[in-house]
Structure formats: structure tokens, C-alpha cells
Design a protein around this ligand. Structure first.
Ligand code: MTE
Ligand code: MO
Length: 366
């Protein structure tokens, strides 16, 4: 990766040091990742699914919670959880990834939640489709977006705010967009949005607003903090393109056994079955390749079938491991022709960093 600030004059919010601070450690304890061995499960156990909570987990009461639908609609609505549960019920497996996944590997390093590659999970979400509710409310012709508001409040970038994100009407009307009240067959855990959240399959996680209290149809594109923050910028003053759908990524279960502190891997020589999962928000996964020589050469993995169009695709690869030092990488390509890069182009907040996973492995003679 070429350093975008060779003179060392990095902008505010970016660190020239690879070392994370106590503040970043504090964030990463509140917002844990998925253990990569959790890639063995189709559905990630709820406690293993990654978490990203910008502010505090708000208190939610199922009995009194109300979702309001207002703004440029013919009929404003206020829906209780009982109302929402009495509507058509849908369950779907969805793979969700934080847009900041991979951020901590960038140089210089954007200062925020310091993800390596583990900001991922697949849950079985149960809820009711959003579209019929919008149709009942009657979104007016002059509305361009819907703003989704969460019950959590805090300060980011000196701006006090409710957590809010918007979607274009056409994106919000897609049949797969759900108002969700269960995760893996149980009520949503508090940290995942209890009692109600939005789930927007295929998009990076920031779109799926948790602790959802309001949906407002508006006449102008929404420019709240969490909307304008998620753009690909090189410099703070850049306008940038919005961060939307997940780029392709593949991860493997690190093989063998780890060293406690460094998590370096030790594998016995012989035939090793490598396993992993791949996903993309820009088309089904068409190909996964594996390299054992730091990306110099690649061979195709065998693909399994995803449980839903929005869930990750399992893959396996038989590796004939002889003693020595290796760097293992899987690389995914989707039907849109998008492939993971070996070196990540840099952006200011470290979004959509889908460069290939690199797993150093020492193979020992048996
Ligand atoms: N209200 C609210 N919704 C939110 C967030 C938040 O902080 N507050 N974080 C977002 C981000 S950045 C991500 S990646 C996902 C994480 O969802 P999870 O914690 O259920 O994995 O929730 C999104 N929805
Ligand atoms: Mo995120």
C-alpha cells in the first residue's frame, strides 16, 4: 500500500502509528468481533456475532415500544410491537459486515473501532417486510428518502445526535428489507437492537438501524452525521461517494492450533482441509481461490450453497502441507466480476477494506 501522506502530515482522525490507543481498546471491548472459528456455523451463535454500538445500548420495553411512520406520508402510523408481530412473519439468513472491517490494517490508520477482519456474522433474522407498511402509510411523490431513527443518542465529531441513517425510497421498498424483532429464533438481544431493528440485506451494517423508533419520509437527501460520515474520502474536505453495499470478501477458519499471545498458527504436515465462507453485496459468490504463497499463485476452492441469497457461501480447499512457513489467503469473486484486492486502496475512515485475509502458518514435520 502506498502511503497517501508521505510527508507524515496526516489529517486529524488518522494515526501514523500501527499501535492502537487505550481509547480504541475501550471501543474494541464494547464492540467485539466474531471468533473466526465461528465460520464453521451456517448461523453465527448470537453471542459470537460481531457488534457495533456507537453510543450506549438504550433501554427498550417491548410492551410500550412504538415505531412511528411520518413525514411525507398520507397516513402517519404508530405501530406497537404487538402490531408488528401480527403482520406477515418472515425469517431469513443474512450476512452482515461492518463497513469498517479491515480498517486497522491500513497505513496510516484511521482512528475508530480497530477491526482486523472479524466484523462479521450471519444471523437468522425474523420480522416483517417494510414495504407493505410504507404502502399503507402512502409515501408521497415528493419524498426522496426515508430517515430511520434509533433510540440511542450520543456525540460524535462534536455533533450531538440520535443514530440516524437514510435510504432512497427504491432501496427501502426492496422486498428483502425487514423490520426485525428476533435473532436466531429468540427476541433480539439488547446489544443487537431489542426490541426492533431494521435489516437491509447486502448493505454494510451501518444501514441496519437498531433500536428503531421512527421512519420519516423527507423531501431532500438526508445529511445527518451518520449519513455524511460513511463516504469514501481521501481528505476531510472531499465530497466522496457513499458507502453502500458490501464488497466481496472471503475468510477462512485459521487452521491448526494458535499461539496464545500472537495467535500464530501451527499445523502438522499432511492433508489439511481448509474451510471458510465468502459473501458479497454486489452479486452471488462465483469463485473462491486459495493461495499458500502470499498471493503468488492461486487454486480454486470448492463452493457450497448459501442458505439464502443474502447469506455467505461456504467453501473448502484441500491443502497438501509440507513443512515450512506459509501465508494462506482466500480470495472471493462475485457474479458482478468484483474481486478482492491484494493491496487495499486507502480511504480516510477506512471503509470497505476487503483486501485478502492473510494467515501466517508454520507447518511442522510429523
Ligand atoms: N441505532 C443504532 N443502529 C446501528 C448502530 C448504532 O450504533 N446505533 N451501529 C450500526 C453499525 S455501524 C453496524 S456495523 C451494525 C452492527 O449491528 P450488530 O451490532 O447487530 O452486529 O449496526 C448498525 N446499526
Ligand atoms: Mo459498522
Amino acid at each position: 500500500m502506498t502511503d497517501p501522506f508521505p510527508a507524515g502530515d496526516v489529517p486529524e482522525g488518522v494515526s501514523a502509528s500501527a499501535d492502537v490507543s487505550i481509547e480504541e481498546l475501550q471501543l474494541s471491548l464494547r464492540n467485539h468481533g466474531m471468533h473466526l472459528e465461528g465460520l464453521r456455523y451456517d448461523v453465527t451463535p448470537a453471542g459470537m456475532h460481531y457488534l457495533l454500538i456507537h453510543f450506549d445500548v438504550p433501554e427498550g420495553d417491548d410492551a410500550t415500544w412504538l415505531l412511528t411512520v411520518d413525514g411525507l406520508v398520507d397516513t402517519a402510523m404508530a405501530l406497537s410491537m404487538a402490531d408488528l408481530r401480527s403482520r406477515p412473519r418472515v425469517t431469513v439468513q443474512v450476512t452482515m459486515e461492518c463497513a469498517g472491517n479491515g480498517r486497522a490494517r491500513l497505513t496510516p490508520r484511521p482512528i475508530s473501532q480497530p477491526w482486523l477482519t472479524e466484523a462479521i456474522g450471519t444471523a437468522e433474522w425474523t420480522g416483517t417486510p417494510l414495504r407493505p407498511i410504507l404502502e399503507e402509510a402512502g409515501v408521497q411523490d415528493d419524498a426522496v428518502e426515508l430517515v430511520f431513527t434509533g433510540a440511542d443518542r450520543g456525540i460524535q465529531g462534536d455533533v450531538e445526535q440520535d443514530y440516524q441513517r437514510s435510504l432512497a425510497i427504491s432501496d427501502a421498498m426492496r422486498q428483502e428489507v425487514l423490520l426485525v424483532y428476533e435473532m436466531n429464533g429468540a427476541p433480539l438481544p439488547p446489544q443487537h437492537g431489542f426490541p426492533l431493528r431494521l435489516v437491509v440485506p447486502g448493505w454494510y451494517g451501518m444501514t441496519s438501524v437498531k433500536w428503531l423508533t421512527g421512519i420519516t419520509a423527507v423531501a431532500e437527501p438526508f445529511e445527518g452525521f451518520q449519513q455524511t460520515a460513511y463516504r469514501f474520502r481521501q481528505r476531510p474536505e472531499d465530497e466522496g461517494e457513499p458507502v453502500t453495499r458490501m464488497r466481496p470478501r472471503s475468510l477462512m477458519i485459521p487452521p491448526g492450533i494458535p499461539d496464545f499471545l500472537t495467535r500464530r498458527r501451527f499445523v502438522d504436515a499432511g492433508t489439511v482441509e481448509l474451510r471458510g465462507r465468502a459473501w458479497s453485496g454486489t452479486g452471488p459468490i462465483e469463485r473462491v481461490e486459495v493461495s499458500a504463497d502470499a498471493g503468488a499463485s492461486w487454486a480454486d476452492a470448492r463452493l457450497g450453497r448459501p442458505a439464502s441469497p443474502y447469506a455467505w457461501t461456504p467453501w473448502t480447499f484441500t491443502w497438501d502441507a509440507s513443512p515450512g512457513q506459509y501465508e494462506l489467503s482466500p480470495r472471493a469473486t462475485d457474479a458482478g466480476g468484483n474481486t478482492q484486492p491484494l493491496e487495499q486502496p486507502w480511504n480516510l475512515h477506512g471503509f470497505a477494506n476487503n483486501s485478502v485475509q492473510r494467515v501466517p502458518v508454520e507447518v511442522r514435520a510429523r
